[in-house]
Design a protein around this ligand. Sequence first.
Ligand code: ATP
Ligand code: SF4
Ligand code: MG
Length: 356
Amino acid sequence: MTTMTKPGEFAEDAAPAASDAFLSVRDLYVRFSTEDGIVKAVDGLSFDLERGRTLGIVGESGSGKSVTNLTVLGLHNPATTEVAGEILLDGQELTGASNRTLEKLRGDKVAMIFQDSLTALSPYYTVGRQIAEPYVKHRGVSKREGRERAIEMLEKVGIPQPRMRVDDYPHQFSGGMRQRAMIAMALVCNPDLLIADEPTTALDVTVQAQILDLLKDLQQEFGSAIILITHDLGVVSNVADDLLVMYAGRAVERGSVRELIREPQHPYTWGLLGSMPRLMSDVTEPLTPIPGAPPSLLSPPPGCAFHPRCGFTDLVGGGRCATERPELPDGRGSACHLTGEQKRSVFIETIQPRLG
Ligand SMILES: Nc1ncnc2c1ncn2[C@@H]1O[C@H](COP(=O)(O)OP(=O)(O)OP(=O)(O)O)[C@@H](O)[C@H]1O
Ligand code: SF4
Ligand SMILES: [Mg+2]
């Protein structure tokens, strides 16, 4: 880990490339100073993402999903935020990059679809102007060309009569249309990396499915790498190639969607699967929520942060879960003290029958 340093204090070209992946996040720590103390929002997170692939990041509210991705974009307040670790995009170190470098990347090489389209779109400018803006800025084209591009993008994301709707203000669009407009804005420069933060949460199921299809189509066309953040393992398992399960600012399980859905290894992932209706379409019984609530990140539990909610600590024994933090191995694996054999047998004998 790099020593805890405020953003901007790193030399721009200081860190050597640690991985060949298009995006490589290594030992990322993000801490907020608040009146109540230090919030450890991201606490030693590592992951890689290749071009043309989709990584799903799942976890309950407050697990650090949005903060991780806002940090990749450099969208944190340096006065109250400490960031350490490495974020390498195409070999370029972003943790200490200057605002100018980040400004150049944002909206061009890297774009984000935010959790809430109302906060991402300004009510004072037309939808078309907002879609065109990054294109005009990064491509240096005229406003007229920008407007034509906005119309083209509105059409791509399935807005009917785009030439007429391009001059509408966001409030004249429905929630689903605003979400599409935000996707159009994010994709206007064909970004190499697209971060979609809960892009469908506020939408009804049909529109959700259309938007997810759209992301897949656009990925095929542009070959972008996508990070899809969601609470919903059902949604992500239809769209993503790989999954990262986050709990209390750390990754607790990682693997391909196939591996992770077929044989999840971590008790927290089991809990998430048990509380997801979508994966068990023929089950009508009430689903089992994970007991308790996610911990405060002001003082996360010692040892395995999940231990106060975990039903398997006795299998590990010796009080290890409460004192010794389990590490996530490289590649496919989970951060849990259960042995590989215990994970497999508990899942097959106890968890799988409950999932149906
Ligand atoms: N600017 C901030 N100052 C202080 N704490 C913050 C700040 N931003 C986020 N946090 C805290 O960091 C933690 C992680 O937040 P984050 O927004 O990443 O969660 P999330 O996983 O995206 O949750 P959700 O699913 O609800 O969007 C939370 O405890 C949150 O309260
Ligand atoms: S390390 Fe212990 S508390 Fe954490 S998930 Fe595994 S069994 Fe549960
Ligand atoms: Mg979030």
